[in-house]
Design a protein around this ligand. Structure first.
Ligand SMILES: Cc1cc2nc3c(=O)[nH]c(=O)nc-3n(C[C@H](O)[C@H](O)[C@H](O)COP(=O)(O)OP(=O)(O)OC[C@H]3O[C@@H](n4cnc5c(N)ncnc54)[C@H](O)[C@@H]3O)c2cc1C
Length: 414
């Protein structure tokens, strides 16, 4: 793999950038591997990279039915933060944010980290009290979090309507929160894993799991069978589909989550703003587009009300809070299927089948978890024992009742 640097860019500029080598090696599937990872999104690619980099396991393949990073990893709104309530979640997401902070250097790929801060708004005095409790808990967890007065907020986000139907009574900010470029994160891990001899096999759908005597022996794919005694599921919105192939009934509810972007405009919003009550969050991309997201789509209840008004609700929420955006044109809209667990905490670790591991239930917030998810799952697969940071995220919590309810920290989208 050639190292990217200013000098190399300058040299290639002399030949009009016609001689760059392939960044990612194209691989055909072999008959067997030490580890198979199903799903070439951020979590699958990061796990493959850390398996090779930190644990010396290079005979690994990532099997992707489409193209690398083409699932939710390239559909999300790119927000990263670690302001979670419970200590277990805070420790895990803080580890992830720290890995994001050094990722461009570690992987020699610019992921365009922008720590512009993420501001959560409160629209009533009661809500302020809840945010105060939340912000205090985050500080006790050792993570940056600051309460803000309406005057502070108005200075930070001058375009925000402070005294409309939803008056802004205050809020709290994590200044280290922000965004990264999502496809760059997938490409960075893919390129680094490929350079460490991991096979990244695209257009290869897993159609069956070979399980006998309670142990996994490999998978069936659209490109033939592949043997492996360690297999990990990292398939986001398809976790229950793959789980069913293994005979597992997972506590997951799958639904669509939508987002949209406006036409590009000059820089005017340099913070991510989230309003759980009005049900929207917004940021401005480095191309100038206003990036807008809202809640997940519980289609059945909306269908009963005669339509799918999520987009309309989200746009109304935006224009209520930012009247200046009301004349923008929406350029693109899309959706991804997200797997939501009853406590909105992911499911990570071992399964009742020997050698089968799971990284799923990421719901609406698994992008920020990609580095820590990859790091901790690589450890888990290597040692056949959950990494200390994810011990509480196992499937067994749904039997013991030791849930980690992060519904509030999921922001608007749960
Ligand atoms: C609109 C939207 C906005 C979001 N915004 C945010 C945000 O701002 N911040 C945040 O933290 N999170 C956000 N998320 C959630 C986040 O995108 C996901 O949690 C995260 O990308 C999950 O990563 P993954 O690698 O597990 O899944 P994916 O990136 O979806 O990768 C899974 C891959 O598995 C492949 N696959 C599925 N079945 C098979 C099979 N049978 N065989 C082979 N391959 C298979 C799929 O093709 C896919 O490429 C958002 C999600 C959406 C949809």
């Amino acid at each position: 793999m050639s190292r990217y640097s200013f000098a190399r860019l300058a040299i290639h500029a002399l030949t009009k950038h016609k001689h760059w080598g392939e960044a990612i090696r194209r691989a055909a599937p072999k008959a067997g591997y030490d580890v198979l990872i199903i799903g070439g999104g951020g979590h699958g690619l990061a796990t493959a990279y850390y398996l090779a980099k930190k644990h010396g396991i290079h005979n690994v393949a990532v099997l992707e039915k489409g193209w690398l990073g083409g699932g939710n990893t390239s559909r999300n709104t790119q927000v990263s933060r670690s302001n979670y309530f419970w200590p277990e979640s805070a420790a895990f997401f803080e580890h992830s944010l720290k890995l994001y902070e050094t990722m461009s250097r570690d992987l020699n790929f610019n992921v365009m980290l922008s720590q512009r801060g993420i501001l959560t708004l409160a629209h009533s005095h009661h809500e302020i009290e809840t945010l105060r409790r939340w912000a205090n808990a985050i500080q006790v967890n050792g993570i940056d979090s600051e309460l803000m007065t309406p005057a502070d907020i108005s200075r930070l986000v001058p375009l925000l309507r402070m005294d409309g139907r939803y008056p802004v009574c205050g809020g709290f900010i994590q200044r280290r929160g922000g965004t990264t470029r999502h496809d760059a994160v997938a490409w960075a891990y893919a390129r680094a894993a490929s350079a460490l001899d991991v096979d990244l096999v695209q257009q290869c759908e897993v159609t069956g799991l070979r399980i006998t005597g309670g142990r996994i022996h490999g998978v069936e794919t659209s490109r033939g069978p592949i043997a492996a005694h360690r297999v990990m599921l990292a398939v986001a919105g398809h976790t229950s589909v793959l789980g069913r192939l293994a005979g597992l009934q997972l506590p997951i509810n799958s639904m669509a989550l939508q987002a949209m972007v406006s036409e590009p405009i000059k820089p005017c919003l340099d913070t991510v703003v989230l309003s759980p009550v009005v049900h929207m969050y917004v940021s401005q991309s480095d191309r100038g587009e206003i990036v807008l997201g809202g809640g997940a789509d519980p289609y059945t209840s909306y269908a009963q009300r005669g339509g799918v008004p999520v987009l309309q609700d989200t746009v109304s929420a935006l224009t209520e809070m930012f009247p200046a955006f009301s004349r923008l044109r929406i350029m693109r809209q899309w959706a991804g299927i997200v797997d939501i667990t009853p406590d909105t905490t992911p499911i990570m670790g071992k399964t009742p089948i020997d050698g089968l591991y799971i990284s799923g239930g990421w719901g609406t917030g698994g992008y920020k978890a990609i580095p820590a998810g990859g790091d901790t799952m690589a450890y888990t697969v290597t040692h056949d024992d959950p990494h200390p940071l994810i011990k509480r995220f196992g499937l067994d919590r749904f039997a013991t009742g030791a849930l980690i309810d992060e519904g509030a920290a999921s922001g608007v989208a749960h």
